[in-house]
Design a protein around this ligand. Structure first.
Ligand SMILES: [Ca+2]
Length: 138
């Protein structure tokens, strides 16, 4: 009897932080990022799983970021993104900011939408990135 109750309590303790983590990492696909946010998506046209970051957040190695409910990781997966109006993101080909890179920035007025990174040669390619404030946010 006591064991069952302990079990339930343990499950509740585990479930709450997991839920917070999932919610934080998965903004609604239809939503737009705030002025400081960047949303990254698994598939083109903002489909699949998503990640949310803000100014001065870096990810040096996307192989360490797991996709939800999957053994796959985020390395060479990102296929679309949205950049908040005062934000920019620099994408890198390799982990630890190596190889080719490209910066995608908003114009200070609107969210910058990139529904298909494949169209600019960057789909399923990104292995690390840095998010910064753009020139309009200073
Ligand atoms: Ca890569």
């Amino acid at each position: 009897m006591g064991t069952a109750r302990t079990h339930v309590r343990l499950l509740a303790m585990l479930a709450v932080p997991a839920l917070v983590l999932v919610m934080h990492r998965q903004p609604a696909c239809a939503a737009d990022p705030s002025y400081s946010q960047v949303f990254l998506y698994e598939h083109t046209s903002y489909g699949g799983a998503s990640l949310s970051f803000t100014y001065d957040q870096d990810v040096a190695d996307l192989t360490k970021w797991r996709l939800p409910n999957s053994k796959k990781n985020w390395n060479d997966v990102i296929s679309s993104l949205k950049v908040g109006k005062f934000a920019k993101i620099t994408l890198y080909q390799h982990i630890n900011y190596g190889g080719n890179f490209v910066t995608i920035t908003a114009d200070g007025q609107n969210v910058k939408n990139q529904p298909n990174l494949h169209s600019i040669g960057w789909g399923d390619y990104v292995s690390s990135f840095r998010v910064r404030m753009n020139e309009y946010g200073q």
